[in-house]
Design a protein around this ligand. Structure first.
Ligand SMILES: Cc1cc2nc3c(=O)[nH]c(=O)nc-3n(C[C@H](O)[C@H](O)[C@H](O)COP(=O)(O)OP(=O)(O)OC[C@H]3O[C@@H](n4cnc5c(N)ncnc54)[C@H](O)[C@@H]3O)c2cc1C
Length: 247
């Protein structure tokens, strides 16, 4: 049984009509970058709970989650409506294995995300470990519209600080955007465009790939990578592909 504690909403950062980040103050247990928590609200006498990845690194003063308001969703529209000073329930302990501890050694780390699933990567990128372990880190964020590319200030800051190691490649599928690839991650992987754009070759010997986001993307990309010779990363049989699905 989860232990629920109260979190105070410090800020609701609204990025666009539906995208928002809740900055929360709560005394939760220590967690590892890449893990998720659960948020809950009491609706008709029952706690309705959903999983949300931490965007902030461990040890930061406040917690932060990045979410979208799902039309007709049960919880996310209510979270979207929260204002400074409101409260929300949060689990005392975080969960999940989408963390660097689970990633075998490699030269380059590819972080592929859709929509709000960039969150856990931002948490991991704010810690030193990833920069010590990998020579190059490729951050891919696929969205529909350029307005959905949230956290640009944080990403620009990372690009300045880690300019010799990080490569950021956005994808915007429904409108042209300078510096972004159009279309989908899957197509760009199949025809080698992504590798050409970032100037790195994905290989079974030296690449690690973390995939996070919508289940179709995770499934399709995993299949393409397996076709390229990469292998699923399992605890009992380490490989290259580590995944987290948001639904
Ligand atoms: C491990 C894990 C981590 C997660 N982390 C996040 C996170 O950091 N941010 C976040 O926004 N969501 C995250 N989710 C999804 C989240 O838990 C909820 O499913 C989502 O907020 C919708 O809840 P709801 O009650 O409003 O919708 P529901 O009534 O439960 O409807 C669910 C439907 O909403 C859609 N949906 C769910 N999540 C998303 C999404 N992120 N983007 C677009 N469509 C979606 C899907 O079609 C899904 O079938 C995570 C899920 C898992 C399993």
């Amino acid at each position: 049984m989860a232990t629920w504690i109260k979190a105070e909403v410090i800020e609701n950062r609204r990025w666009s009509k539906d995208l928002f980040s809740l900055v929360l103050d709560a005394n939760v247990d220590a967690f590892t970058a890449g893990q998720f928590t659960k948020l809950g609200l009491e609706i008709d006498g029952k706690i309705i709970q959903r999983a949300y990845s931490f965007v902030n690194p461990p040890n930061s003063k406040y917690l932060e989650i990045y979410a979208t308001r799902v039309a007709d969703g049960l919880l996310s529209p209510r979270l979207h409506a929260l204002e400074t000073g409101d409260s929300v329930l949060i689990t005392q302990q975080a969960s999940g294995f989408f963390t660097l501890e689970e990633i075998p050694e490699g030269d380059d780390l590819w972080m592929l995300s859709t929509g709000t699933a960039i969150g856990p990567f931002l948490s991991i990128l704010k810690q030193d470990e990833v920069w010590q372990r990998f020579r190059k880190v490729v951050l891919v964020h696929a969205v529909r519209f350029s307005a959905d590319l949230s956290y640009q200030a944080e990403i620009n800051e990372l690009q300045q600080k880690r300019s010799d190691q990080i490569i950021v490649q956005p994808f915007v599928s429904r409108e042209p955007k300078a510096g972004a690839l159009s279309g989908r991650i899957t197509h760009a992987l199949e025809d080698g465009l992504l590798e050409r754009m970032v100037g790195l070759h994905m290989t079974q010997q030296k690449s690690q790939v973390m995939l996070c986001g919508n289940p179709q993307m995770v499934k399709d990309v995993r299949a393409i990578l397996i076709e390229k010779g990469l292998e699923k990363n399992l605890r009992r049989k380490p490989g290259n592909i580590t995944t987290e699905q948001y639904w």
